[in-house]
Design a protein around this ligand. Structure first.
Ligand SMILES: [Zn+2]
Ligand SMILES: [Zn+2]
Length: 341
């Protein structure tokens, strides 16, 4: 017999309001899952820099929604047509936040991280996200969490691990790669671990001393707070900041025929140094999130103990304080919100 859960009628949710730089608390109904969806109790939701970009107006949204795109939780009810053997009540899932259609050309060719369905809203970026207690989600977005992976860690796997994993995979990082990880936030620090697991020589760069220390603890071969004047000639530079100065550094420190991975989206516009691009014959690869298959692979890596994402648990109701700390650069682990604390 499957587990039984008492589902409340209402729940606490934190809303983004256009023009306000804090989230607003509301009591809203717990949704009934439509056909093909489940009701997920959100056990953990990771906090991402993208949430700050939204609050600061860098990613413009005209209507209210519940942010939070790093979600993991427990299935507590099934919509009609969901097979209880495939999605048993009581089982735990990580959520692929792209909310992909599964039917468009890009989804069908294995690129469901960049689904082209016109009506698609990303979970936590338009579609209701993780800063609430329960959410109804189509089953296509759910990836089973291995038994030995804590739910909080699975939550951050959906972006803070998935995004660097997908990017590094695109650049074929391997045992002969000399990699520079530029920017050691929540994603960059996991990039260090993933690249080390794949045998690369990893140099990490971040102006913050404590971030460099953490990178070395995470296995980086070297950590720099600033660059020397000469080019360091890396095979691959992964730019996790995505601002004008970081992209400039990436172009300087990549070798001839090297590759720049653009992952961070700190600025909408950065600048190519046109002649440098030509002289070095460098390649630039864009990367967004990761696929559902990548997410399953990330959870597998965590389950095997190959990578150990660092998290810090906080109360869901402290979300504004937590966002403030992230904004001030005071987070040394991925911050996770839990309604149960
Ligand atoms: Zn994110
Ligand atoms: Zn699609």
């Amino acid at each position: 017999m499957s587990a039984q859960f008492t589902i409340p009628k209402t729940q606490t949710a934190w809303f983004y309001k256009p023009g306000s730089n804090a989230l607003h608390k509301r009591t809203i109904p717990v949704p009934t899952p439509p056909p093909g969806s489940v009701l997920l109790r959100i056990d953990a939701a990771g906090v991402c820099h993208s949430d700050l970009h939204i609050l600061h107006g860098g990613i413009p949204y005209n209507s209210e929604f519940i942010p939070g795109h790093e979600i993991a939780g427990t299935v507590v009810a099934l919509g009609s047509s969901v097979d209880p053997n495939q999605f048993p009540v009581g089982s735990r899932y990580a959520v692929h936040s792209q909310n992909a259609c599964g039917l468009c050309g890009l989804c069908r060719s294995g690129h469901d991280n960049i689904c082209q369905a016109k009506t698609r809203l990303q979970i936590g970026l338009g579609h209701p996200g993780g800063y609430e207690e329960y959410t109804a989600l189509p089953i296509r977005n759910l990836i089973r969490i291995p038994d030995n992976v804590p739910t909080e860690v699975a939550a951050v796997a959906t972006d803070a691990v998935l995004t660097p994993y997908h990017a590094l995979k695109k650049a074929n990082i391997n045992g002969s790669t000399r990699l520079l990880v530029l920017g050691l936030g929540g994603l960059g620090i996991n990039a260090v671990q993933i690249a080390k697991a794949w045998g690369a020589h990893v140099t990490a760069m971040d102006p913050r001393a404590e971030a460099c220390e953490l990178a070395l603890k995470s296995g980086a071969d070297a950590a720099l707070q600033k660059f020397p004047p000469r080019s360091l000639n890396f095979d691959v530079v992964a730019d996790f900041a995505g601002v004008k100065s970081s992209f400039e550094m990436a172009q300087k420190h990549v070798r001839h025929l090297g590759t720049i991975l653009t992952v961070g989206m700190g600025a909408n516009i950065t600048e190519y140094q046109n002649t440098k691009m030509s002289y070095k014959e460098m390649t630039t690869i864009g990367s967004l999130g990761g696929t559902t298959q990548d997410l399953a692979e990330c959870l597998e890596m965590i389950s095997k103990g190959v990578i150990k994402p660092q998290i810090e648990e906080n109360k869901l109701n402290d979300v504004n304080d937590v966002l403030h700390r992230l904004d001030k650069g005071q987070a040394t682990a991925r911050l996770v919100l839990k309604a149960s604390l």
